[in-house]
Design a protein around this ligand. Structure first.
Ligand code: SF4
Length: 344
């Protein structure tokens, strides 16, 4: 699957009980305090896919901190980002804990535990400094490394750089934070941006969203320094658009996930085309679409599903803008990255 959960690529799936897991701070004392403050009788726990095997250990450790009689429930729903909350569990529990992502939107009973990484980011940043041009540099990172963001900034400033940062929009929790669907924090007045983080999809997104900037990638987990390139991505997207050009029937997917709904976009697309059909889905997977038999699909839900998993689908799966290119409303060279703004 493809989504922001991949930004926690350094979360290892060992299945060990939490008492042996010292890599991440699950902040269980904070959760237990909230349970006591609210006199809660039930606690819901939601984990991203990469951490689900830790759920049993986390529940054991949490139960040790809770008064007898408090029920702990684990969400089995797929989860890939802070956009992706288990609404049914939120309704049914007094305290709901979402692990692995920083808040997209605060609300009543949700406690977000972002799980900051303890990996040392500075050895690879030392190498990155050698690659950067003197002067101004933008700085961005993922939620997992956010707890070190001020130190990263200081590190660059001590080495003579003018560091430009901003908080993109309300979909983001922190200054300098990027999501798989939002790179607005890199929209700074500098010709170069340093991205501190792992994975492939954030660098590609940064490169596509900010083609006027050089994006240097310092991956502290794998200790690798590279630069963002977008050629392969663009080639893959052009291929999908070309395959969809002959489509006569279109399925327009609208998400039922709270932070991935773009009803207005989906409804506009359906209104424009007499052989387009609105399909409501939570998980967008090849199997879920297979039986509809439309010639091509447009995904208005998480853009990373389209761009990262698109090749696995049986029919072409396009972003809304790629659809307009496929039907001739926009030129091919207008291709841009599909991004989300705002919350819900
Ligand atoms: S919509 Fe954005 S935040 Fe949600 S899973 Fe996709 S990339 Fe991540």
């Amino acid at each position: 699957m493809s989504n922001d959960e991949r930004s926690v690529g350094d979360l290892r799936n060992t299945g060990m009980a939490l008492k042996y897991d010292r890599e991440w701070d699950y902040e269980l004392e904070r959760v237990a305090e909230a349970v006591a403050d609210r006199e809660a009788e039930s606690v819901g726990l939601q984990f991203p896919e990469g951490l689900k095997r830790r759920a049993g250990g986390v529940a054991d450790d949490l139960r040790d901190l809770l008064p007898a009689g408090v029920t702990v429930l684990i969400s089995g729903q797929p989860c890939y980002g802070a956009c992706d909350l288990d609404l049914e569990m939120m309704r049914r529990t007094d305290v709901f804990v979402h692990f692995g992502h920083s808040p997209m939107k605060e609300s009543g009973n949700i406690i977000y535990v972002p799980l900051f990484s303890n990996v040392d980011v500075f050895p690879i940043m030392e190498e990155a400094v050698e690659e950067l041009e003197d002067g101004e540099v933008g700085l961005v990172t993922t939620a997992q490394h956010m707890s070190h963001f001020d130190e990263m900034k200081e590190f660059l400033e001590e080495r003579g750089f003018t560091v430009l940062t901003r908080k993109g929009d309300e979909r983001l929790t922190h200054e300098g934070q990027v999501l798989g669907c939002n790179y607005a924090s890199a929209d700074v007045d500098a010709d170069q941006v340093l991205y501190v983080g792992g994975g492939k999809f954030h660098p590609v997104g940064l490169g596509m969203e900010h083609p006027d900037k050089r994006v240097v990638i310092a991956d502290p987990v794998n200790n690798v320094l590279t630069e963002a390139t977008t050629e392969e991505f663009v080639k893959q997207r052009y291929g999908a658009i070309h395959r969809a050009m002959d489509a006569e029937t279109w399925g327009i997917i609208v998400s039922s996930k709270i932070g991935q709904r773009r009803w207005d976009v989906a409804e506009d697309l359906v209104a424009e085309h007499e052989s387009a059909y609105l399909i409501s889905l939570d998980e967008v997977t090849p199997d879920r679409l297979r039986n509809f038999g439309f010639d091509a699909y447009v995904n208005t839900a998480c853009p990373r599903v389209t761009t990262d998993d698109g090749p696995q689908f049986h029919e072409p799966l396009l972003t809304p803008q790629e659809y307009r290119i496929a039907i001739g409303e926009e030129p091919m060279d207008a291709l841009s990255f599909d991004t989300f703004h705002g919350t819900w």
